[in-house]
Design a protein around this ligand. Structure first.
Ligand SMILES: NC(=O)c1ccc[n+]([C@@H]2O[C@H](COP(=O)([O-])OP(=O)(O)OC[C@H]3O[C@@H](n4cnc5c(N)ncnc54)[C@H](OP(=O)(O)O)[C@@H]3O)[C@@H](O)[C@H]2O)c1
Length: 298
């Protein structure tokens, strides 16, 4: 990966370069597989535990994808499926059990959980060093002050995507639409860190900024992280800018992205409607899991 190739400031309209996430994920997962082989070479089997509560089909599907990927990479993946009627105490008991098991290195509770349960309270019980989603408040704090720790997966995936596609970030204007805890806010912290693949001038806009378009129109790199279908239209994009579509909403099985397809006519580079940020998120989860296993068995 290099970060040295400058992106032309503007490109002829209608020629936006696509920024797929699959090759980024593949490169990260190759590194993870090599790390797993090293661990196994010294007798350690990395283990990523998953917890599912209830019968949500989509969540069960995400767990299956993660378990399949875990097996392909050589992780063990112990799994606990609690019924929709589970209590907060049931969930806490399962988390405490995995936290205390020396054979388990990473742990995630699939979001969402049934409405009567408190996800944030459960998240706070996960051992921060096993928090492969990188969402524990302690890990958010580590990110804020620049101390190493598991990084939130989607923001880390976006940084990796930009680096892989050789899009310079340092010194450029990055505007993020959305200040949510899973995406916009941690991404702003990540891309403003002093690192060759970050080091940007980051602006975060949200519903408290009624003229947010004024900011997006000057962005070299625009990240849509609102979860409002079609909120980013071509007139909100600077010609030649890089557009990263991370926010999505689902209508049943239909995926409705924040970024209108017509933005490809104005942007210089843009993530595809499907297969942009998503694949990088899963890859970062396994990078966190590998690092957790390495740290726990050093
Ligand atoms: N691709 C992936 O792998 C991945 C991973 C994680 C999340 N996501 C997606 O990313 C999106 C954001 O996730 P999140 O958890 O951060 O959501 P969130 O907490 O709901 O944050 C949404 C943000 O968008 C802002 N916003 C909403 N409507 C707006 C409007 N009309 N004008 C201006 N700002 C507006 C909100 O402003 P206020 O703060 O003022 O309310 C808020 O800051 C969701 O679509 C989610 O599905 C994708």
């Amino acid at each position: 990966m290099s970060t040295t190739t400058p992106l032309p400031e503007t490109q002829p309209s209608g020629t936006a370069r696509l920024l797929p996430g699959a090759p980024v994920a593949e490169a990260v997962l190759d590194e993870v597989a090599a790390g797993v082989a090293r661990l196994r070479g010294r007798g350690v089997t990395p283990s990523l535990a998953t917890v599912l509560v209830g019968d949500d089909d989509a969540s069960a599907g995400y767990i299956r994808i993660k378990q399949r990927q875990a097996a392909a990479l050589g992780f063990e993946s112990p799994h606990e499926h609690l019924p929709a009627s589970a209590t907060q105490q049931d969930l806490h008991r399962v988390i405490a059990g995995f936290n205390a098991d020396p054979a388990v290195h990473g742990l995630l509770v699939q979001y969402p959980i049934p409405a009567h349960l408190d996800y944030d309270a459960a998240l706070q019980l996960i051992d921060p060093d096993m928090d492969v989603d990188g969402m524990h408040p302690l890990n958010m704090g580590r990110l804020a002050v620049g101390v190493p720790g598991p990084l939130p997966c989607t923001p880390a995936g976006i940084e990796a995507l930009l680096a892989y596609h050789e899009i310079p970030v340092a010194g450029r204007d990055v505007v993020i639409l959305g200040r949510g805890a899973t995406l916009g806010r941690p991404l702003a912290m990540l891309l403003s860190q002093k690192r060759p693949t970050a080091d940007a001038a980051v602006t975060v806009v949200h519903s408290g900024v009624p003229d947010w378009q004024r900011h997006t129109r000057r962005a070299d790199i625009l990240v849509a992280a609102a979860g409002v279908p079609g909120i980013i239209q071509p007139e909100h994009v600077k010609p030649g800018a890089v557009v990263i579509g991370a926010g999505v909403r689902y209508a049943g099985r239909r995926l409705l992205p924040d970024v209108d397809e017509a933005c490809a006519r104005v942007a210089g580079a843009i993530t595809p409607r499907v297969g942009g940020v998503g694949p990088t998120t899963v890859a970062m989860l396994f990078r966190n899991a590998l690092r957790a296993a390495e740290a726990a068995t050093r």
